[in-house]
Design a protein around this ligand. Structure first.
Ligand code: ATP
Ligand code: MG
Length: 399
């Protein structure tokens, strides 16, 4: 079915589609960009699907990158941006539940749309044809439904990543998962074990950063949570999930909120299992630790916290405390502001005495230097006015 609607395409996409058409082939914007534009969302990227073979696409454009020739994808460069142009294709048999054993090019757009995962992702658009919608994508888009193209069990069996994509789109768009699609997710859930942990992590991160992070609970309801990494099933604490959307959509914060019922160590193990980058693991772990630490409402304690966590981690920990209903956060923030305003010393680097000064004052090189520094630092955290070179050296001599 062709639906006569006019979509605003970016200039570069019009240019790419126009050049391919001028060379005598078909070309359409397709997939996520059509879906998002119809929803009034800004697409992350624009994909083009075409009847032209990759060699033909390369011959049409001056500047291209061979992104995935065996899958028919060429990236066309225009105005310093890249546009993926993929030849219409039929995916061959899937044996590993993740990658088609082969792909076959086809001159038929409908064959290409049929291989796509969900009806809302299986629409193509060009100014000439309007929206090409063979699977009721427009209707599902209006009704807010995620529905497989074709038989759900077959589609999830072919590619188990789609199990998570269904949940992720539901969370990003606020859509319901259609009944038979949902039933198939439950049935095929064990196949998720075949998907690489990096890809699982990337989908879960998108889900957590979405407008509906609370839908992470669907993992539990569908049985997918048991297939993610050991220990993952234990992290479900639904009471807090409804609050997750109050956290800014930042990767460490949303993950920390999700894992808040775990110890920092357990959270680290889950994230390591998911091949998360070390920087994020560190921030999540520290935020959880900070959130669980009792923080007395007095400046020395707040200074100490400021010395032990980066500003980003401490603020994250405070946001998590708020999520848990702590009434103290506002006061802690106020104390922190005053400490910053007064320029109180909150790190060894800011202390008026350094290791070098102690050596010059005759302290023997060795563990003693660190011990004295730490003692002086404790003193300064308690009495910031004592962050004075002479005063501290005097104190050091007393030790
Ligand atoms: P986003 O870019 O927001 O993640 P998207 O729908 O554009 O969402 P992409 O991964 O960019 O998703 O894929 C582009 C299109 O390719 C999809 O809209 C869909 O038509 C198709 N597609 C992607 N991954 C799969 C898959 N695993 N199975 C079937 N079709 C897929
Ligand atoms: Mg996309």
């Amino acid at each position: 079915m062709e639906i006569k609607v006019r979509i605003q395409l970016p200039y570069e996409v019009e240019w790419v589609i126009g050049k391919i058409r001028d060379a005598g082939y078909e070309a359409f914007a397709v997939g996520g960009c059509v879906r998002d534009t119809l929803l009034g969302r800004t697409p992350e990227d624009w994909d083009v699907t075409t009847s032209a073979r990759p060699e033909a696409v390369k011959a049409i454009f001056e500047r291209t990158v061979d992104t995935g020739l065996q899958h028919g994808t060429v990236t066309v460069l225009k105005n310093r941006k890249g546009y993926e142009v993929t030849t219409y294709r039929i995916d061959g048999e899937y044996h590993d539940g993740r990658h088609p054993d082969s792909v076959e090019f086809t001159p038929n757009l409908l064959e290409d749309l049929k291989r796509r995962d969900f009806t809302i992702n299986a629409m193509a658009y060009s100014h000439e044809t309007g929206i090409v919608d063979e699977f009721g994508g427009m209707e599902d888009l209006k009704a807010g439904i995620v529905r497989c193209v074709g038989r759900p069990e077959d589609r999830f069996t072919e590619d188990a990543l789609r199990l998570l994509r269904a949940l992720r789109f539901s969370a990003q768009l606020g859509f319901e998962i259609e009944e038979s699609t949902y039933a198939a997710i439950k049935t095929i859930a064990p196949n998720l074990a075949k998907v690489s942990k990096e890809r699982v992590q990337a989908e879960l991160t998108k889900l957590l950063l979405s407008a509906h992070p609370e839908r992470i609970l669907l993992l539990k309801e569908t049985g997918l949570s048991a297939q993610i990494v050991p220990g993952f099933d234990a992290v479900f604490a639904p009471a807090l999930f409804s609050e997750l959307s109050r956290l800014p959509a930042e990767k460490p914060l949303r993950w920390a909120g999700f894992l808040l019922c775990q110890s920092a160590k357990q959270a680290e193990a889950v994230l390591k299992g998911l091949k998360m980058d070390n920087e994020t693991i560190g921030n999540v772990s520290r935020m959880i630790e900070g959130a669980k630490e009792t923080l007395p409402l007095e400046k020395p304690a707040v200074r100490r916290a400021m010395s032990r966590y980066t500003p980003y981690q401490l603020e994250g920990a405070l946001k998590l405390k708020e999520l848990m209903g702590s009434p103290d956060v506002e006061e802690i923030r106020r104390l922190r502001e005053e400490i910053i305003r007064d320029g109180d010393c909150v790190s060894l680097k800011e202390m008026a005495v350094k290791g070098r000064d102690l050596l010059e004052a005759g302290v023997e090189r060795g563990p003693m230097v660190g011990e004295i520094l730490n003692h002086l630092f404790d003193l300064v955290l308690l009495h910031p006015e004592k962050n004075d070179r002479e005063l501290l050296l005097k104190e050091a001599r007393r030790l």
